[in-house]
Design a protein around this ligand. Sequence first.
Ligand SMILES: [Zn+2]
Length: 586
Amino acid sequence: MKALDPIEFKAVSAAVSAGARQKVRLGDMLVATGLITGAQLQSALAEQKRSGRRLGRILIEDGSTDEESIARALSSQLQLTYLELTLDMVSVRVVKRLPEVQARKFRVLPIDEIGDVVRVGMADPTDYQAQDEVQRLLNCEIDPVVVTETRLNAVLDRLYSKSEEITGFAKELGLEMAGDPASGDGAANATVDDAPVAKLLQTLFEDALRSRASDIHVEPQERKLQIRFRVDGALMIHTEAESRIAPAVVQRLKLMSGLDIAERRLPQDGRFVAKMRNQPIDMRISTMPTQFGESVVLRLLPQGAQGASLLSLERLGMPAPIFQKISEFISQAQGMLLVTGPTGSGKTTTLYGALAEMNKPHAKIITVEDPVEYRLPGINQVQVNDKIGLTFASVLRSTLRQDPDIVLVGEMRDRDTVETGLRAAMTGHMVLTTLHTNDAISTPMRLLDMGAPRYLITTSLRLVLAQRLVRTVCQECSQPHPPTAQEESFLRSVLGAQHPLAGLQQGVGCANCNRTGHHGRHGVYELLDMSPAVVHAFNNDDTGAYMAASRREIGELSLARHACDLVLAGRTTAREAMRVIGRVVE
Ligand SMILES: [Zn+2]
């Protein structure tokens, strides 16, 4: 073989190294490691050409492989370290050297610094352009490591939480108000520039959506304004700001929702729609005068396609026998399905899941609610308004004159509504509604207490579904968890002494779950079928016999049993199960 002269050699070697950097293609690499087949790659490439989406995403979504396998394959092919990135690994000082926009754009995160070299987590380490750009922005040498995009985003979301930005707006606002003597009496002044307040609120709403918050609490306290989010049922402090900005924030919220800004001594409620990430979010607002000013609670009600697409009975995760009985009920023409449980136990979501199944052109559906929580196309939804006499009972009576097939009554709070609802169920309508009781068994008796005649209850009431929500174990940080003595005795009391206790999981806390170990919630259900045996016992006015008959009827379809099954499936923790079943001993 002819030797290359030095100049030619140099050119070839430059071409080789440039080629090595540019010709690495994710698809080829995954085929080379045997992670996917050539056929899978071809079909994914065709899809990429058609949709323009990223190849990795397509392969994960079509089930060819998963994110972690891709990351590990990349790391072995490129001889880079694969890192299971968590928030604890990240040095905040190093992170701050790269603005959020760039981090998200290039899908990278500076992790820490060793000497003069910054270790950078990359979701796509084959993106050399990004590497060069990040190196330029950080103005130092970088050491790329492979991380999954999911972990990268979770950490980015936590690190670049908007609370700092919000605190900044709050400071800006506080400074403006300090120079304005008129604001000293607690009244927000119209001359104060709205811009910082508007920015503060918009950022706050975006952060609430990103954190999956269901409620935002704006609470003026003696020395500060506290803002908290409720996520998966638990409250957490989001921002603390100077108390003097509170009136401006509250006034802006009241203006947005059309409340009377001059009225600060009486509670008010209303609603407005905020647009975030092109998604309309319905906000329900309620104000309350407290000793340090008006406190405001905002409830976020996601609307539109995303909200409605989540509604389906099947996705609620009911035990199969309960799901089947409810599906059978839905295919009937009349009777009442009553969902019970405390506030925030997901009752409305269940009823809407049922409604979504029945929402067909041949069925007329009317809902009577306070507030209207979801909007479904093709359904007539009426908002109760006590102030102008539109009560549940009065709206329900008018509703029945509108010839509906199915009526949803948001909540039965009084005798009038209970009786009207039961009568509607008896006279050929299907009635879906909710009641505040702790379990299924006590529900028929509660209806009696509220003044409903016994015969009306037994002829109309078909199914009673009791429910709770438990927080689910975070998938990102879940680990096997041997039950404690207390947990074991709880599980045994429900499942029996012989039942094997395996499969328990617990989240240790990570960036994905805000260090709570929990991410998302799951329904726990109990079903009482008003069978002939139960109805017979109830009609005899013998409480003991009724309790025994309904306990037999519920059998294993109880709240406690479902909760324990979820514990053994590793979906939730024994602690959560004990909390919702009401046997927590702290
Ligand atoms: Zn976690």
